[in-house]
Design a protein around this ligand. Structure first.
Ligand code: NAI
Length: 334
């Protein structure tokens, strides 16, 4: 029998987890031959709710679901895990300053980084979703020095999916023919969705997206704005933040990390910068990546960066350096 993969999901009582867990347990991410043990972490007041989620998972009658364990103890949730999906975070409450939010989350991800360092497998792949995702990821990574820094990432796939969808709708094509759309930077409104290297297949021909769209004014204006502010638009309309699309993006991110990118595509993930494209080393910044079948990623090199892109990429890097400095002032980083 194939050994079950041990996957921890934090924020297990939350709305993203509720949309995510079925896909994980159904084999949509790690494959239809891979049994899975889910370790579901939330805070103590939410345990009754997580127990209810476990009952529902049992009732889904999924053959790949080996076990589902509810816990409020990170040491139990991270024990010997292969994958950590860190979805849970402190939400912004009324009257809360940005610095209060950063501080609360810095503490959470400091504790979780330390627990990962102690209890998880050294090969664990960590995806941080809880906001501010890039900086939370950086803190967890820095608090887990025994785990390779390449094993940490944060979610910008939702932004990539949003950008791909906007281009596909504009051109009247299916989303799967739009490739190499890049998200640079922070998962915030300073992110830079970049189609300068993107392609689209129309009638069997591969074309640059820029040539197919033929409207730089839209690409540099409304397109950017719609993608950058999509999260706020969803909150306004739904009175809740994105959950279904966030869960789908988590599945896409992990599936690509597990099985690799297609030869003709990139994926964007927030990863620790190695200084590529002049982005300060050490911050968690979203880059275009290619990934092989051993879960190893490479930052795509040699892309030409025009003046417009440079400016946008730098604005997001400056924001992330500021977030890093603020967050580090609240915790003990070695
Ligand atoms: P939610 O509020 O429905 O659920 C969050 C859950 O996390 C709650 O059950 C809460 O009790 C739990 N939690 C809080 N602190 C925890 C801790 N220390 N350990 C374990 N669990 C903890 O929120 P939702 O909608 O599920 O979103 C989760 C996070 O994902 C938010 O921070 C949100 O901003 C972020 N997000 C990120 C996206 C991205 O693209 N990076 C997209 C959408 C949401």
């Amino acid at each position: 029998m194939v050994e079950p993969l041990r996957v921890c999901v934090t924020g297990a009582a939350g709305q993203i987890a509720y949309s995510l867990l079925y896909s994980l347990a159904n084999g949509d991410v790690f494959g239809k031959a891979q049994p899975i043990t889910l370790l579901l972490l939330d805070i103590p007041p939410m345990m009754q709710c997580v127990e209810g989620v476990v009952l529902e998972l049992q009732d889904c009658s999924l053959p790949l679901l080996h076990d589902a364990i509810a816990t409020s103890d990170p040491n139990v949730a991270f024990e010997n895990i292969d994958v950590a999906l860190l979805v849970g975070a402190m939400p912004r409450k009324e009257g809360m300053e940005r610095s209060d939010l950063l501080k609360a989350n810095a503490k959470i991800f400091e504790a979780q980084g330390k627990a990962l360092d102690t209890y998880a497998k050294k090969t664990v792949k960590v995806l941080v979703v809880g906001n501010p995702a890039n900086t939370n990821c950086l803190i967890a990574q820095r608090c887990a020095p025994s785990i390779p820094k390449e094993n940490f990432s944060c979610l910008t796939r939702l932004d990539q999916n949003r950008a791909v969808s906007q281009v596909a709708m504009r051109l009247g094509v299916k989303t799967n023919v739009v490739k190499k759309v890049i998200i640079w930077g922070n998962h915030s409104s300073t992110q830079y969705p970049d189609v300068n290297h993107a392609t689209v297949e129309i009638n069997g021909h591969i074309n640059p997206v820029k040539e197919a769209v033929k409207d730089d004014h839209w690409l540099e204006g409304d397109f950017l704005k719609v993608v950058q502010t999509r999260g706020a638009a969803i909150i306004k309309a739904r009175k809740l933040s994105s959950a279904m699309s966030a869960a789908k993006a988590i599945c896409d991110h992990m599936k690509t990390w597990w099985f690799g990118t297609a030869d003709d595509d990139y994926c964007s993930m927030g990863v620790v910068s190695d200084g590529s494209y002049g982005i300060p080393e050490g911050i968690v910044y979203s880059f275009p990546l290619t990934i092989d079948s051993t879960h190893t990623y490479k930052i795509v090199q040699g892309l030409e960066i025009n003046e417009f892109s440079r400016e946008k990429m730098d604005i997001s890097a400056v924001e992330l350096c500021q977030e890093r400095d603020d967050a580090f002032s609240f915790i003990q980083i070695q």
